[in-house]
Design a protein around this ligand. Structure first.
Ligand SMILES: NC(=O)c1ccc[n+]([C@@H]2O[C@H](COP(=O)([O-])OP(=O)(O)OC[C@H]3O[C@@H](n4cnc5c(N)ncnc54)[C@H](OP(=O)(O)O)[C@@H]3O)[C@@H](O)[C@H]2O)c1
Length: 210
């Protein structure tokens, strides 16, 4: 399948692109927003296109033309304010969903966050972030697209373990490497269709999930 990774220059996105490229089961295209990032990806032999989540839907639609699976792994990050959270995490996701609906996308995978569905669990200082994640997820669920929402716990840069816990999770953390491995595993997997999956570190081998 043709897999399109939005946020491909990010810490999860990069590991996902590398993994999909190495596995060779799918054709992966990285969406990045700067020319030097594009040059970096293409110099490694990866397919890449320029795209900006602050741009319009039609340019995103053009960038994802011919893609079967979209993975949204972008985010405004912790160093910007609520304005960018609104523009990237919420409206960037909304525009990506809209663009995917106009194409022939078979699965839209959203990297969300643990507890995004549960307002009562949102810490006061993180509310704008959770509001963005919550409504991006709901837009996707209501879009008519075949979706998979992955809700990881707190992300770490620890080495990947290849093992996770899914389902009935209230708190926890997970290495970004394991999130990338789990995303690669669920792409094109029927059991992941129209599911929202909580994800933290655990004891189950990723290939035994779903
Ligand atoms: N931190 C946590 O504990 C936590 C927990 C659960 C879920 N999450 C979610 O996990 C996801 C990935 O996390 P991560 O650590 O891999 O994030 P990250 O390293 O901050 O990567 C985010 C990527 O989004 C890209 N981006 C930002 N604005 C963009 C725009 N206008 N157009 C196109 N791309 C844009 C960034 O591009 P540049 O490289 O150009 O800056 C970056 O590559 C995020 O959605 C985050 O909310 C995080």
């Amino acid at each position: 399948m043709n897999v399109f990774v939005i946020g491909a220059n990010g810490q999860i996105g990069k590991q996902l692109v590398e993994r999909l490229h190495e596995e060779g089961k799918h054709q992966v295209t990285a969406m990045v927003r700067k020319q030097e990032q594009l040059d970096d990806f293409t110099s490694k032999g990866y397919q890449a296109v320029l795209g900006d989540l602050e741009g319009d839907v039609s340019s995103l639609e053009q960038a994802m033309s011919g893609m079967d699976v979209i993975v949204f792994a972008a985010g405004s990050g912790g160093s910007t304010g609520a304005d960018k959270t609104l523009l990237i995490d919420l409206d960037g996701a909304a525009k990506s969903i809209e663009a995917a609906k106009n194409g022939n996308v078979k699965q839209f995978v959203m990297v969300s966050a643990l507890k995004a569905e549960d307002r009562s669990a949102w810490p006061e200082e993180m509310k704008p972030y959770y509001v963005a994640k919550h409504h991006a997820d709901r837009l996707l669920e209501e879009s008519g697209l075949t979706y998979t929402i992955v809700r990881p716990g707190a992300l770490t840069d620890d080495a990947g373990t290849g093992k996770v816990k899914t389902g009935d999770v209230s708190t926890g953390e997970i290495p970004r490497a394991d999130v990338a491995a789990f995303l690669a595993h669920l792409i094109g997997h029927d059991a992941a269709h129209n599911q929202a999956i909580d994800l933290v570190k655990g004891d189950t081998a990723i290939e035994d999930t779903l």
